[in-house]
Design a protein around this ligand. Structure first.
Ligand code: TYD
Length: 134
C-alpha cells in the first residue's frame, strides 16, 4: 500500500465521539502546518502533485473524498468517509483528491512549512524523479 490508512483512536460515549492524533505516538513525524479545503467544487480535482520531503496526514472532517496515490510504479485509492480515518502520505507520492461528496471539509496536517520548491507539479517530472530515486 502506498499510503497508510489509520483508524484514529477515538473515545466514544453517550455524548458523541472524540478522536485524537498524538504525534510521534501514532505517526513518525510532527506537524508544522495545518490547512483545510472546504466549499470544494463538486467536479474539482485537488492535489495533482507530489512532494520531495513533506509528509502529510489527511482527514475528511465532514463528507467524503477519494484520494488516488501513485508512487510511479503502483496506484492505490483510498476513501475517506469518516473523521475517524486518516491517510498518511510520505514523500515522492503523486496524489489527487477527487469525488467530493456531502460538502467535505478536508484537513491536511503537514510536516513542513509551505515551500513551493518541495512540490513536483508536473507528472512527467514526477515519473523521472521517482525513477531516479528507486
Ligand atoms: P495547491 O497546493 O495547488 O492546492 P491543492 O493541492 O489542494 O489543490 O495550493 C493552491 C494555492 O495555494 C497555490 O497557489 C499554493 C497556495 N498555498 C499556500 O500559499 N500555502 C499553503 O500552505 C498551501 C497548501 C497552498
Amino acid at each position: 500500500m502506498i499510503g497508510i490508512l489509520h483508524e484514529v483512536p477515538s473515545i466514544v460515549d453517550s455524548r458523541g465521539k472524540l478522536s485524537i492524533i498524538e504525534f510521534e505516538k501514532i505517526v513518525n513525524f510532527t506537524i508544522k502546518r495545518v490547512y483545510w479545503l472546504y466549499q470544494i467544487q463538486e467536479n474539482a480535482i485537488r492535489g495533482g502533485h507530489a512532494h520531495k520531503q513533506l509528509r502529510q496526514l489527511i482527514v475528511a472532517l465532514n463528507g467524503s473524498v477519494e484520494i488516488v496515490l501513485d508512487n510511479g510504479k503502483n496506484k492505490s485509492k483510498h476513501v475517506l468517509n469518516s473523521p475517524s480515518l486518516m491517510l498518511e502520505i510520505g514523500p515522492n507520492v503523486w496524489r489527487e483528491i477527487v469525488s467530493f461528496i456531502n460538502n467535505p471539509i478536508v484537513m491536511i496536517l503537514a510536516s513542513e512549512l509551505y515551500e513551493e520548491d518541495d512540490y513536483i507539479r508536473n507528472y512527467e517530472d514526477f515519473i523521472k524523479h521517482a525513477c531516479s530515486i528507486s
